[in-house]
Each structure stands twice: as C-alpha cells, then as structure tokens.
Design a protein around this ligand. Structure first.
Ligand code: GEK
Length: 250
C-alpha cells in the first residue's frame, strides 16, 4: 500500500469536531481515511505489516490456502501475497465492509504480484476455512463479539494444516490497574505525537468503547491453546498492542 503523505482528503479528521457519541462503523468515511487512521492510531502497525510477509514466507505450504480475515484495504493481504512463494496457493481476503472491500480491490489491482487474490464480502464467522497454512487476524478479532471468539479460533485451528500458523494482532488490556493506566496513557501520547487532539482521542475512544473489546494476553493464550494451537509466541508488542504467532505442531 502507498506510503505517500495523505492528501487533505485522506487525512483522518473524522473525530475532530465535537459530535454526539455513536458506535464506530467501518463505513465509506472510515474507508477513505483508513491508511492514515490506522498508521497514526496503532503503534507498530507499520512494523507489523512487513513482518506479516516475513512470517507468511516461513509457514506457507505448497498447495495450501492463506486467509486474511478482516482484510480492510488489503495491507495485510498484500504482505501475505508477497510472502507466498508457491504459485499453487490460494489467497483469500475477507471483510464484511463493502466500503473497505471496494478500495481493497483497487489496491490489489495496483500491486504487481501475480498470485490471484479472492475477496469475499462476508462475516468471518461464516467463512469456510480449510487446508490453511497461514491465517492472519490483524486487529480484527477485537471487533468480534466475545462469545463468538472461541468458535472462530476453533474453526481456524481445525482448518489449519499441521505446521501451519495464525498471526493474531490485537489491542490488549492488563490485569494490573497500574499497567493498564500507564500503557493507555502511552498509547494516547503516541496518538498526540501523531497529531490527534485531546478531543479526537476522547471521541474516538467513546465511539470504540462498545465495539472494540480488548482482552488480556492470558485470555488470548488460553483460548488459542484450547482451540488447538500448540505454541503461542508474542513476537511483537508496543504499549497495549501485540502480535502473536500461534503454531499448530507438524
Ligand atoms: C490491516 N487487517 O490493514 N467479519 C468480517 N470483517 C470484519 C468483522 C467480521 N465479523 N469484524 C470486523 N471486520 C487490516 C486491518 S481493521 C482494524 C483490520 C482496525 C473488519 C472491519 O470491517 C475492518 O475492515 C477490519 O475487520 C478491522 O492489516 O480498524 O483497527
């Protein structure tokens, strides 16, 4: 995806004016500014994306499928595409926002890698998943209702080949109140350093409150193990944002 400076139109100013609170949605307005929004809001996003290529390259298997669940505009999908070295693999990107997928299609068309990408507009809870070697949930599980998360991870684990992997990136929360306050403060300072005002930070926080539900690292580890992954490694953390690698033994 382009790393060019966003035009005024692509700059995230969605929460810059005082507004009444409503739940955050992945609509056309969000899709328009999404690359700028996620880069300025998620510490480590610009590191995680290229590492998804590196990790995909390590775990992809010939003749298998790779899934990007909650692919948005396709940044993680394209990273996976470039990490796939076999021409008999299938790459499938899934998102339930049509506004996101329309732009995703455009980004994929601009990329010159020959591997076809199949895009599906649907809820990832309904996506059939099998013969997978690498699956990515890059900041998507946090938007799935809590009571659906175990089923989704079990579906992914059982659809994953031995030796395959899941890349799971999430915003997390902490048991310790001190750590929770400190990491949240540091995250907000990161956003301030990236040009967001106090009003933007607090309005975005309210909009996400009922929509993005973070869990502790322990909860993620336990659920991944229970779902059928054998090794769980935290390969990246910056403040309250982590990325895990969950591996199914060969
Ligand atoms: C990236 N991975 O750039 N079914 C399908 N899609 C969903 C669902 C669901 N149940 N819930 C949320 N989404 C991307 C970034 S963004 C992360 C992922 C963020 C989709 C939603 O429409 C959005 O496009 C994406 O998951 C989450 O690496 O905005 O913080």
């Amino acid at each position: 995806m382009s790393t060019k400076k966003p035009t005024a139109d692509q700059r995230d100013r969605l929460f810059s004016e005082a507004q009444s609170t409503s739940d955050f949605r992945f609509d056309a307005a969000v899709a328009r500014v999404f690359p700028d929004m996620i880069r300025r809001s998620v510490p480590g996003y610009t590191t995680i994306i290229p590492m998804i290529e590196v990790i995909t390259e390590q775990y992809v298997q010939p003749g298998s499928r790779c899934y990007d669940l909650g692919c948005s505009l396709g940044a993680s999908t394209l990273a996976m595409r470039h990490g796939i070295r076999h021409d008999d693999c299938e790459l499938i990107g899934v998102d339930n926002s049509t506004a996101m997928l329309e732009r995703c299609e455009h980004h994929i068309a601009l990329d010159d890698h020959p591997l076809p990408v199949l895009l599906r507009c649907e809820d990832i809870l309904d996506t059939p998943l099998n013969n997978a070697s690498v699956t990515t949930l890059n900041f998507t599980l946090q938007f799935v209702p809590l009571e659906q998360r175990s089923n989704l991870l079990q579906k992914i684990a059982s659809g994953t080949r031995p030796g395959g992997a899941l890349i799971l990136s999430e915003k997390i929360r902490f048991e310790s109140e001190y750590e929770q306050l400190t990491q949240t403060h540091l995250h907000h300072e990161f956003k301030r350093a990236n040009g967001y005002s106090d009003l933007e930070i607090s309005q975005k926080r309210s909009a996400l409150e009922q929509v993005l539900i973070p869990e502790t690292l322990e909860t993620h580890r336990d659920r991944l193990r229970h779902a059928g992954f054998d090794q769980i490694i935290v390969w990246y953390q910056c403040f309250n944002f982590v990325s895990m690698l969950a591996i199914k033994s060969a």
